[in-house]
Write a protein that binds this ligand. Structure first.
Ligand code: PMP
Length: 430
């Protein structure tokens, strides 16, 4: 494959855009660097880059593109929005329609508010939880990504339940001191944190199905215990469903496990590919938000007609019969194919999969928390990533990310992908 035009564009980008990219993971840091491929067109499950190379896409733009690229129903909705004005600064009917749709799909949402990104959505849930409880501290789980605002770019200190240290320059120590990080799926560590700081905790922030160190499900009973222990301490449970909402079922991870948080943050899929975030929850909590209450949150672009129209259209597509069954079937076929090839070539791997999202880890340990994911073989993944890219398979450039299937993928795409895995594993086992 020839990447001449991508290379030229990247040189140019480096002169104008910091690091050449507008989001760091796009710079291929997670796979040891290299020139990122510059895509020019996406259609269904495929991408074409600026050198004319075609790819089967499993990046799915890090999650939102569950219907495939340029889905005609969503494209039509966006085109209509473009011709009727993309931004009014006034309320619109579309906002009511979309809020109703989301509430019907996720019953724990008694009231919602639209924002512009997952980051904004999670950030605001924390502010609202602090306003509601009058407390400051937040517990989060190690390795879970919740956006790029200060309070969540914090990692664990040295012990299993210690106050956090900033994960990025520019974050005041005082902010990090209000964040406690514990390992996912570790109730003992969680209990320890609650025992130590229980009456200072405003909220526990949970990815109910982790998407950010691969797809990792909670152990049976984990979410229920987190809910019970958190509520006993007088704190709120916030689910970060930015990845999981409408990913595994028409609804959220709450429906997958039959459990409800106090508040939920969403993003990605609900925008049909346009910028969006949303948060919501119990009425008495959401009443804290301006203009009803003292917790301030606003946005020039919030609830803009184009994002609303794209989001409504996307959910309409996902309401069609058999969508999630199809994602599950394709996912099952892909998982089985990868595992078969790994066995054939003697490559130790483990796969975590739920419906149409999966993560391939190099190493034979089953992954249930961040330390295990971190210990999986990143060099092997980097090699694999590059071998797949050269065969026209576009994966996320990090061992911690998921492969996202879309409803546009076909059985033939999966077979072609498994063939590429066969060749990649063959090269890796030489
Ligand atoms: N929460 C989770 C679980 C995410 O995966 C992400 C983004 N990957 C975010 C929040 C932040 O969303 P955004 O990039 O839209 O700000």
């Amino acid at each position: 494959m020839d990447f001449t035009n991508s290379e030229r564009l990247h040189k140019e980008a480096l002169q104008h855009i910091v690091g050449g990219v507008n989001s760091p993971s796009r710079a291929y840091k997670g796979v040891g660097g290299g020139t990122p491929v510059y895509m020019e067109r996406g259609q269904g499950a495929y991408f074409w880059d600026v050198d004319g190379n075609k790819y089967i896409d499993y990046l799915g733009a890090y999650g939102p593109i569950i219907t495939g690229h340029a889905h005609p129903h969503i494209a039509k909705a966006i085109a209509h929005a473009a011709t009727t004005g993309v931004l009014y600064g006034t309320p619109t009917k579309l906002e009511n329609q979309f809020a109703k749709m989301i509430k019907e799909a996720i019953p724990s949402l008694e009231k919602v508010r639209f924002v512009n990104s997952g980051t904004e959505a999670v950030m605001t849930t924390i502010r609202v939880a602090r306003a509601y409880t009058g407390r400051n501290k937040v517990i989060k789980f190690a390795g879970c990504y919740h956006g790029h605002f200060d309070a969540v770019l914090v990692q664990a200190g040295s012990g299993p339940a210690t106050l956090g240290t900033p994960d990025s320059a520019g974050i005041p120590k005082a902010v990090a001191q209000d964040v406690i990080t514990v390992p996912f799926n570790d109730l003992d560590a969680f209990n320890e944190a609650i025992t130590k700081w229980g009456d200072e905790i405003a909220a526990v922030l949970v990815e109910p199905i982790v998407g950010n160190f691969g797809i990792v499900e909670p152990h049976e009973g984990f979410l229920e215990a987190v809910n019970e222990i958190t509520h006993r301490a007088g704190a709120l449970v916030i689910y970060d469903e930015v990845i999981t909402a409408f990913r595994f079922t028409y609804g959220s991870a709450q429906q997958v496990y039959g459990i409800e948080p106090d508040m939920t943050a969403m993003g990605k899929i609900i925008g049909g590919g346009l910028p969006i975030g949303a948060y919501g929850g119990r009425m008495d909590i959401m009443e804290q938000v301006a203009p009803l209450g003292p917790a301030y949150q606003a946005g020039t672009m919030a609830g803009n007609p184009a994002s609303m129209a794209a989001g409504i259209a996307c959910l309409e597509v996902l309401q069609e019969e058999g969508v999630y069954e199809k994602l599950d079937q394709l996912g099952e076929k892909l998982e089985a194919g990868i595992l078969h090839q790994a066995e054939k070539h003697g490559i130790p791997v483990s796969v975590n999969r739920l419906c149409g999202a999966l993560t391939l880890y190099f190493g034979d340990q089953k992954i249930t928390n961040y330390d295990q994911a971190e210990a999986s073989d990143g060099e092997a993944f980097a090699k694999f990533f590059k071998l797949m890219l050269k065969q026209g398979i576009n994966l996320a450039p990090s061992k911690f990310e998921a492969w996202f299937l879309t409803i546009a993928h076909t059985e033939t795409d999966i077979e072609q992908t498994i063939d590429a895995v066969d060749k990649a594993f063959a090269a890796m086992s030489e």
